[in-house]
Design a protein around this ligand. Structure first.
Ligand code: AVJ
Length: 317
């Protein structure tokens, strides 16, 4: 594992976000150790179809995915988490090429370590170099290396967390860190019935609510916050005009919350919200526009029968 610097920007993000009107917090801070564990459990929920469909698409089509490469690619994954779904692909790549170098990038160091160890134990021929940190720093590091073709993985519809312009900026960043012939395998959730989308973010067991509220607990743990999480309600709704599920934390009543290490007090009125996440849903046309807008061409794509989720392979031009 290289890298390992912890994120001291969390304090700054909280200061800015809770000092804004309306209040907001960046969703990347969901993923501390507790939050990453909660997300792993969300992936197994009956309502959260995204992971299940994506995993099936990867498992069923993995040979076709790795066959695009004439020589052994390095596999670089952005936001690898537990690498659970990636295992299928790595297995296929090892079978085809013998040895494979895998570079997972994630903000959760502990999760990376566990995942890397499990993978190297399971797959002979796999070499893992994990990078702790955010995508941009990791991509800058990769820009200088150019030995092999690369297969970038950006799965789980994580792209959906970015607004359109930032999504294009990130895709361009991947483009700039890569070379002609490199490929990007991108998993994205598709536009569908609001009831299905809202159920996926309002699960019956309340795990997503816990995941959302963990952000407040993280402020308590790391920044001396005094949030009473019971006085906030988890809310997720689909905004059809913007094609996105928004997650919020809603204050049940008027309250003032001290955050000791920031020397600040956040004041909430009854019903005031903190906007914690956007999760964009795409049409196929939009996805093809994103490819064109960031210097890629679509080479192959896979969708489930219901048309709920799409995995696409883009080639860098
Ligand atoms: C990992 C960002 C793709 O937006 O669906 C799950 C995170 N949020 N449940 C998503 C999440 C609420 C997830 N992503």
């Amino acid at each position: 594992v290289v890298g390992g610097q912890t994120d001291d920007c969390f304090a700054e993000a909280v200061r800015i976000g809770l000092g804004s009107m309306p209040k907001w917090l960046p969703c990347r801070y969901f993923y501390d150790t507790a939050g990453s564990r909660l997300f792993e459990r969300i992936c197994d929920l009956p309502e959260y179809y995204l992971t299940r469909i994506e995993e099936r698409l990867l498992r069923t089509n993995r040979r076709e995915m790795v066959e695009r490469f004439g020589t052994t690619p390095v596999i670089v994954e952005l936001g690898s988490g537990s690498s659970r779904k990636t295992r299928w692909l790595l297995e296929a790549a090892c079978a085809r090429f013998g040895t494979i170098e895998y570079m997972p990038i994630d903000v959760s160091g502990p999760l990376l370590k566990v995942a890397a160890e499990a993978l190297t134990d399971a797959l002979a021929g796999l070499r893992v170099t994990a990078l702790v940190g955010d995508y941009r720093a990791a991509l800058d590091l990769l820009r200088k290396r150019r030995e092999c073709p690369r297969l970038f993985l950006f799965l789980g519809s994580s792209l959906g967390n970015y607004e359109r312009d930032s999504a294009i900026a990130l895709l361009r960043h991947i483009h700039d860190a890569s070379h002609a012939g490199d490929r990007l395998l991108l998993g994205t959730d598709l536009v569908k019935d609001a009831a299905i989308l809202e159920a996926a973010y309002n699960d019956a067991s309340g795990l997503t609510a816990q995941f959302n509220k963990n952000l407040l607990l993280r402020i308590n743990r790391e920044l001396g916050g005094r949030f009473d999480v019971g006085s906030f309600i988890h809310r997720a709704h689909y905004d059809a005009a913007r094609s996105r599920v928004e997650m919020h934390l809603v204050s049940r009543h008027e309250q003032q919350v001290r955050i000791d290490k920031l020397g600040m007090v956040a004041a909430f009125s009854e019903g005031e919200t903190i906007h914690t996440e956007n999760s964009h849903k795409y049409t196929i046309t939009e996805l093809q526009e994103l490819a064109a807008g960031s210097g890629f061409v679509e080479e192959l794509a896979w969708t489930d029968e219901a048309g709920w989720y799409r995995v696409q392979m883009w080639r860098r031009v």
